[in-house]
Each structure stands twice: as C-alpha cells, then as structure tokens.
Design a protein around this ligand. Structure first.
Ligand SMILES: Cc1ncc(COP(=O)(O)O)c(C=O)c1O
Length: 291
C-alpha cells in the first residue's frame, strides 16, 4: 500500500488511512470500519482490507465494507490470504471489485505456490479497464501474433502477467480438487465445530488454571462470535509465551508465533481432528502444571 501510494505521488503517511481497535479492545468493530470510510468520503480511491486478519483471526464483514466503499465511489479490494480455503466466500454476489490470495495457507499448495486473483465481471469483461498488463493476460488466440495493442483475456485472466510455474500449479491442482470433492460447505461445518471445541478446551484450562499468574495465559483475542472467525484462534500469552510456543513445537504441534506475544493455532478441518485439539489442550495443561 505504501509503495502504491508513492507511485501515485502521495505521501503514504497521509494517503493510507488505517483503522485501529478501540482502546482496550483487540479486534475491529464493523461500525468503526464503516464510519471511517464514511468520514473520508470521496477522498478515498480504494478500500483495501484483509478478509481475515492475520494476527487476530477476525473475519471481516466483506459485504458491508464493499457496500460502504462503493457508496463513497471507491473500489473495494480484499487480501484473502487467510480467508481462501478457510471460509465460504461469495465475492461476486457481495460485489467485491477485486481480491487476491496466496495458496500456501489453507489451500495447501506449499511455499511459493501460485496466487489467486478475483476481478468482478463488471471490470473483468471491460477490455478498456486500465491495468498494468503482462503478455500472459493477452488474448491467447492472438498472443503470438505480436501485434501492437493489448487485447485482454476476459475476466481475471486478463490480469495475468506471465505464465505460471507448472510444478507448483500441479500441486495446487491436487489440493483444489480435494476442496472440490469435499466442498466448502462441509469444511465450514466441521470447522465451526472444531474451532468451538478447541475454544471450549482452552476456556476449561483457564477455569482450572492452577497458578494465579497463569490465569490469563490462554486469553483468546479472536472474536468469540463464530461468524466473525474461521479456523484460527489467536492466543495472547503471558510472559512465558515464547517458552510455551517452543514447548508446543517440541511436542509436535505446528503452531505459529507472532510478535510480540501471540500464538496462532489453526484447527484445519481438511486434516485436523477433534483429537488433535484435545492433544493440544492436554499439552497446554501439562505445561501449566510443570511450570
Ligand atoms: C495477509 C497476507 N497477505 C499476503 C501474504 C503473502 O502472499 P504472497 O506470498 O502471495 O505474496 C501473506 C503471507 O503470509 C499474508 O499473510
């Protein structure tokens, strides 16, 4: 965003407007996001938001943000790195202008896997829509005629810059086939139960926490409303957070440490079980006793 602002001749400190949680809160309120857009009105060119915030795991109201952005004449774009393959998304129906995502989180394609792009058909089917074009976005029938002028492919394909890395595309296809086979609806159904179960286990640990100093050790900052989260729970840890994270890693839990003191865990419905959640909670409980 900073370099985009600079490219257009603006000072990013002035041109990029951020939204922060209210004092004492960890996540954003939709009303505050919408109010900020309203407040800046038609001075806004693009509202760029994440679908799921990487740190807190908060899933934003993409439809409401899109409507508000378009209300002030802005485009609405979303970084869906943590949402793709995690939550059902209706980008077209929600009227989202554009979105992008990497495929190496919930979509399992491995580091460096291909990224995805959504462009709403109202833009994607307009060949005159301005863009930074690449040869792979050129109409494939006439691509090799090497004539002057850019004739884009229809849809998001018209934004492709270059041809894709075929080995990582092959791995990606296998993963996408699995998503097609299972379907996002079933995955979400299991995900809701799996995440709720892990949340319950963590709350149980907090309730029976033995040492007074550890009472808030498993303080979940991800929204408690299942509609506002996917498969991620972010746990705000105490002073022993990094030690706790290393202990989990040593015991076979693949979690994620985010500075300054958050452990992200993601019970992923495609391959994690309820027993995995139980094992994680069991390990956390043992750490508590040991320390
Ligand atoms: C929010 C977010 N956006 C984008 C990316 C990276 O995407 P890419 O590697 O396709 O640039 C990440 C990776 O961690 C991310 O967390």
């Amino acid at each position: 965003m900073e370099t985009q602002a600079r490219w257009h001749g603006f000072d990013p400190d002035k041109a990029v407007v951020g939204v922060a949680p209210r004092p004492g809160e960890e996540t954003l309120r939709t009303e505050d996001i919408l109010a900020t857009i309203q407040q800046h009105g038609d001075s806004i060119a693009v509202v760029m938001f994440s679908g799921v915030n990487y740190y807190t795991g908060q899933f934003f109201d993409i439809k409401a943000i899109t409507e508000q952005a378009q209300c002030v004449g802005a485009f609405a774009g979303f970084d869906l790195a943590h949402a793709a393959g995690n939550l059902p998304l209706q980008l077209h129906d929600w009227g989202v202008d554009f979105a992008c995502w990497c495929s190496y989180k919930y979509l399992n394609s491995g580091p460096g896997g291909p990224s995805g792009l959504f462009v709403h058909e109202k833009h994607g089917n307009d060949p005159n829509f301005p863009r930074f074009a690449g040869w792979w976005g050129h109409d494939e029938e006439s691509r090799f005629q090497m004539r002057k002028g850019f004739k884009p492919m229809l849809g998001a394909a018209g934004w492709q810059l270059s041809n894709a890395q075929i080995l990582s595309m092959a791995a990606h296809k296998v993963s996408l086939d699995m998503f097609d086979e299972v379907g996002m609806e079933l995955l979400r159904e299991k995900s809701l139960r799996l995440t709720a179960y892990l949340e319950y286990l963590l709350e149980q640990l907090n309730a029976v926490s033995r040492s007074p100093s550890a009472v808030h050790r498993f303080n979940i900052i991800t929204p408690t409303n299942p509609e506002e989260r996917g498969a991620q729970l972010s746990i705000l840890t105490g002073s022993e957070g990094k030690k706790l994270f290393d202990y989990l890693t040593d015991n076979g839990v693949i979690a994620d440490w985010r500075e300054p003191n958050v452990i992200r865990v993601a019970p992923v419905p495609m391959y994690n079980s309820f027993k995995d959640c139980w094992r994680l909670a069991d390990l956390l409980g043992r750490f508590e006793v040991r320390n």
